[in-house]
Design a protein around this ligand. Structure first.
Ligand SMILES: Cc1cc2nc3c(=O)[nH]c(=O)nc-3n(C[C@H](O)[C@H](O)[C@H](O)COP(=O)(O)OP(=O)(O)OC[C@H]3O[C@@H](n4cnc5c(N)ncnc54)[C@H](O)[C@@H]3O)c2cc1C
Length: 446
């Protein structure tokens, strides 16, 4: 007779949340079955393989506070690959770029007065203690909070362009908790500027090592196989994919809440709650150029220039040259966050979007078509939750699991999503499910 111990735990999605959960469960001796709709692992952190090197589809780096990621890299024998470098930041105000690395350079930035800068410095320090204030900040909009604490000028010349470029028409709805989380992520600075981490062989090495380790411990990965429906109850769930029906004792979902609703068909109230957690999309062009566009070595250029829809461009090769890159290429990311996917992305081809981005880029950083080696366009409809005022409150009412499907992943990352938080989410979900918590069924290692 089949017992529930024979059935694997299903993991839906092989981004960092799913991979960390699968790795942890397999290590503990559980049978694991991972469904990933794409042909490869990594999700938002996945990489292109071009000209003999790997490079993320979307720009990625580690913050100094990413202790869980460092711990995982240590466990995988990859910590020695992690390199910390100065990542130079600048702000384009109108037509002129101002370096924002040293105290002296920040002092010269004309968009803020001396008092604004002092208040900004205090805010950076305050962000370290975010956890104490997070509930209060969740109830206030970033706009109201900045205007009240730092003043109108700091909002208009510094934060509003950042909020607009990230959240477009939703900028006014985003909470101060998200903004402070963002400041905390980017505030590991010395006197000379910001220090960021990057795995020498890109994130792809961590991703493939996670898959290998999980497989070595018996996990099965089904790539290119989308979970389409889930029925049954623990300890026997039925997962339908285009390839057939699979049984599992419990499941960990790392998918956006809308996908959970369509897969698991929870009750009306839970469905309504999950559907109210809105996500935004992103389009991100990676340009390979014959010469650097940010000639002064800037990695991250924030932009407030006329009506440019570009909020930032990121020149990866000013931070790190990909291991294995032979010819001198300069890699620049041009991201565009999208609030209305259907209108702004779905109906447009990659070439149309690239033309728009290149046109906008040329207005602020002149270059010619002959400077471009190649470009790639990455699109993701579910790039990040929109961290609206009250997000935390809403999140607190989301159940830990729906009919035996444990809900993990970006949706639960607060006040900002990151690889660090996804890894934490994955490990926590594995721990809960392995203990049979939150109606995830009772389990024991196979
Ligand atoms: C532009 C951009 C820049 C970023 N920069 C950084 C950074 O510098 N540092 C940092 O720490 N983080 C950064 N992030 C955030 C980071 O990439 C994410 O927080 C993290 O990768 C999310 O991992 P996840 O596993 O939770 O979700 P995802 O990576 O979205 O994984 C979910 C997986 O589920 C799969 N899936 C979806 N539906 C189904 C289905 N029905 N069946 C099976 N599989 C399915 C998807 O294909 C995907 O692989 C950035 C993100 C973006 C978009």
């Amino acid at each position: 007779m089949r017992t529930k111990r024979d059935l694997p735990i299903a993991v839906l999605g092989a981004g960092f949340t799913g991979l960390s959960a699968a790795h942890s469960l397999a290590k503990k001796g559980f049978k694991v079955l991972v469904f990933e709709k794409k042909g490869e692992a990594g999700g938002l952190s996945s990489c292109y393989r071009v000209n003999g090197y790997s490079i993320e589809r979307f720009y990625h780096h580690l913050s100094g506070s990413d202790a869980t990621t460092r711990g995982l890299m240590r466990e995988l024998g990859l910590l020695s690959r992690l390199e910390w470098r100065k990542a130079s930041t600048a702000y384009l105000l109108g037509k002129r770029a101002y370096k924002m690395d040293s105290v002296v350079e920040i002092g010269r930035f004309p968009g803020l007065g001396l008092l604004d800068k002092m208040r900004l410095g205090m805010t950076v320090l305050q962000s370290r203690f975010l956890d104490q204030d997070v509930e209060k900040l969740d109830k206030t909009s970033a706009e109201a909070w900045v205007k009240g604490s730092l003043g109108e000028r700091a909002y208009e010349n510094f934060f509003e362009p950042l909020l607009r470029s990230k959240y477009g028409e939703n900028a006014g709805k985003v909470s101060a908790a998200w903004l402070m989380g963002r400041i905390r992520f980017r505030s590991h600075r010395g006197l000379g500027g910001e220090g960021l981490g990057y795995p020498r062989n890109s994130y792809s090495e961590i991703i493939s090592r996670l898959v290998l380790e999980a497989q070595r411990n018996g996990a099965e990965f089904r790539f290119g196989e989308e979970a389409a429906a889930i029925s049954g109850e623990p300890p026997e769930l039925r997962i339908e994919t285009p390839e057939g029906e699979f049984r599992a004792s419990a499941a960990i979902s790392t998918l956006p809440p809308q996908a959970v609703v369509s897969l698991a068909k929870p009750g009306k109230n839970v469905a309504k709650l999950l559907e109210s957690i809105r996500y935004q999309g992103v389009l991100c062009m990676l340009l390979s150029l014959k010469r650097p566009l940010l000639k002064d070595g800037t990695y991250w250029l924030n932009i407030k220039s006329g009506d440019s829809p570009l909020g930032a461009v990121i020149e990866h090769t000013n931070f790190q040259t990909p291991a294995g890159m032979k010819a001198a290429e300069h890699l620049l990311y041009v991201p565009l966050y999208v609030q209305n996917w259907q209108r702004e992305a779905e109906r447009k081809t990659d070439a149309e979007i690239a033309e728009l981005m290149l046109g906008e880029l040329r207005k602020i950083l002149p270059f010619s078509g002959s400077d471009v080696n190649w470009w790639r366009m990455a699109r993701e409809k579910h790039a990040a939750p929109i961290y609206e005022v009250g997000y935390l409150e809403k999140l607190n009412s989301v159940p830990g699991s729906v009919r035996g499907i444990h809900l993990a992943g970006m949706m639960r990352s607060f006040p900002e999503r990151s690889v660090e938080d996804s890894i934490r989410q994955g490990l926590q979900a594995a721990e809960k499910v392995s203990r049979g918590g939150e109606d995830g069924g009772a389990h024991g290692p196979a």
